[in-house]
Design a protein around this ligand. Structure first.
Ligand code: C5P
Length: 223
């Protein structure tokens, strides 16, 4: 495809979502939040009371779950799962943990592959996830791998969730984030790792605007 893609991968809390949305807005490009697809399948599996060990049922669930994104003027897009607004539920660490569990099943990943590639539409796409640069868009023109210290990532998530009124402890979050990272990095299929041609940016102690500018500077003639 000739349509340009910029991939932004990294662990949870690295700032991927915020940075990717801002970069997409500045470029006037589409935005794919691939984590939301995995979270949606995790949440739908929960609604259907599926066993997280029943790979067959989870794969069917991945094929059947309808995920829609609806722009919310200025704010984060709303995410509809099978027609229900599940935006707040998707953000919980429970949904993240379910997503990470089902994301380790190879057939679930292939079920979502074409759906993710369909987001590649003119004039361009910013794709955020774990394997955007390695598996889904290996031919992307620009690849970024964002990192940040685990402590800072836990603090960012803590603030996000507290703002949303979700009650969590910083310690508990740090533990959950480390467990999820370990699972994402050690799985056999599409493990979290930087593409060889990815530019690594450590966002620890950096403001959003500074990181957005660094990413935009990679895209020639677009900053
Ligand atoms: O990015 P986010 O935290 O929303 O992703 C939730 C989970 O979905 C991750 O922990 C990971 O296991 C999975 N995921 C994935 N591949 C992606 C995006 C997310 O495996 N491209």
């Amino acid at each position: 495809s000739n349509i340009p893609v910029l991939t932004i991968d990294g662990p949870s809390g690295s700032g991927k979502g915020t940075i990717s949305r801002a970069v997409a807005a500045r470029l006037g490009w589409h935005y794919l939040d691939s984590g939301a697809l995995y979270r949606a399948v995790g949440v739908a599996a929960g609604w259907a009371d599926l066993d997280l060990d029943d790979a067959g049922a989870l794969v069917r669930c991945a094929f059947d779950t309808v995920v829609g994104f609806r722009d919310d003027a200025g704010g984060e897009p709303r995410v509809l799962v099978n027609g229900h607004d599940a935006t707040d539920e998707l953000r919980t660490e429970t949904a993240g943990a379910a997503a990470s569990a089902i994301a380790a099943i190879p057939e679930v990943r292939s079920a979502l592959k074409e759906r993710q590639r369909a987001f590649r539409q003119a004039p361009g796409l910013v794709a955020d996830g774990r394997d955007m640069g390695t598996v889904i868009f290996p031919d992307a023109g620009w690849k970024v791998f964002l990192t940040a210290s685990a402590e800072e990532r836990a603090e960012r998530r803590y603030k996000q969730l507290k703002d949303k009124g979700v009650s969590v402890t910083l310690d508990g979050l740090l533990r959950e984030i480390l467990a999820r990272d370990a699972r994402d990095a050690s799985r056999a299929v599409a493990p979290l790792r930087p593409a060889e041609d990815a530019v690594r940016i450590d966002t620890t102690g950096q403001g959003i605007e500074a990181v957005v500018e660094r990413v935009l500077a990679l895209v020639p003639g677009r900053a």
